[in-house]
Design a protein around this ligand. Structure first.
Ligand SMILES: C[S@@+](CC[C@H](N)C(=O)[O-])C[C@H]1O[C@@H](n2cnc3c(N)ncnc32)[C@H](O)[C@@H]1O
Length: 267
């Protein structure tokens, strides 16, 4: 992991309109009707679920583990908290939170895709974690949870896949209690210029090929690479988090901005 700097909103405030959701029309580099995007994304993760954890290690050289460790260090989960892991997939964040809180926190994993949840549930049993985690199927844009019901909201490598990002951010603000905290770990197109040409070639050329070799699935990994390019950069995402009603947004670049943690407060 490269040197990390925390950036605050005031340093790089931008004018962006809220609720534009420009990504809703893009499935990677393919233009789609927004009403079809969610189903296309669901298909991607249904197809990769069985190989998802292995592919994460292969394509990031294991770095995703360090990024997730860093996210959970920043969350600093506590035993009495309700922790919501949205787009939680195979449960990597929930697993780390459960270990740190020794099963004493109320952890909810919410994902739109039952296939990813099934892999996550089995993984948790393999790790001997049998209680403290609830698994629910639901869309980040309209979480099946009451308002003001969670202390921590986190979404790791999930927001990029959501059709209407601004709706998901608003729903994060809705479910968080006052004093609650928001965290988003995501790939970013805003990488440092010294690595940008290499990184873009890696994403757009090598990544889909790794998908073929390891998961026998080019399209899913091509989508992954393209979706990173379509995602808002650090400052634009920070502005949209603030527009959704969250406060004191800051972000941390890791590996030259390849992966970024945004965090904010629900005041
Ligand atoms: C790249 S995986 C991330 C999984 C996990 N958080 C991790 O870090 O390994 C993205 C996850 O987002 C889920 N997802 C996509 N769109 C979603 C939505 N609208 N609401 C909830 N989950 C969604 C997918 O099913 C998938 O499990």
């Amino acid at each position: 992991m490269g040197p990390a700097r925390i950036h605050g909103m005031t340093a790089a405030k931008r004018k962006t309109q809220s609720d534009q959701n420009p990504e809703a029309e893009w499935f990677g580099f393919r233009r789609v009707a927004p009403q079809n995007k969610t189903a296309l994304v669901r298909e991607v993760f249904a197809s990769v679920a069985g190989n998802y954890d292995l592919m994460n290690d292969v394509m990031s050289g294991g770095l995703h583990r360090l990024w997730k460790d860093r996210l959970v260090s920043q969350i600093n989960p506590q035993a009495n908290q309700t922790i919501l892991d949205v787009a939680g997939g195979t449960g990597d964040i929930a697993l780390r939170c459960a270990r740190r809180t020794q099963g004493k926190a109320d952890i909810i994993v919410c994902d739109i895709n039952p296939a990813m949840i099934d892999v996550g549930r089995a993984k948790m049993i393999d790790h001997g974690i049998l209680k403290g985690i609830r698994w629910i199927t639901g869309n980040a844009e309209a979480l099946p949870l009451p308002s003001l019901s969670v202390d921590i909201y986190c979404i790791a490598f999930g927001l990029r896949n959501v059709t209407h990002i601004d709706k998901a951010l608003k729903d994060a603000a809705r479910v968080l209690r006052p004093g609650g905290r928001f965290f988003c770990l995501e790939f970013s197109p805003g990488v440092h210029k010294s690595i940008k040409p290499f990184y873009e070639r890696y994403c757009l050329k090598l990544l889909p090929q790794l998908g073929v070799w390891v998961a026998k699935d080019r399209q899913a990994y091509q989508y992954l690479a393209e979706s990173i390019q379509r995602f808002p950069d650090q400052a634009a995402l920070a502005q949209r988090i603030e527009n959704a009603g969250l406060s004191q947004v800051k972000w941390l670049n890791m590996a030259g901005g390849i992966a970024v943690i945004h965090e904010a407060w629900r005041l």
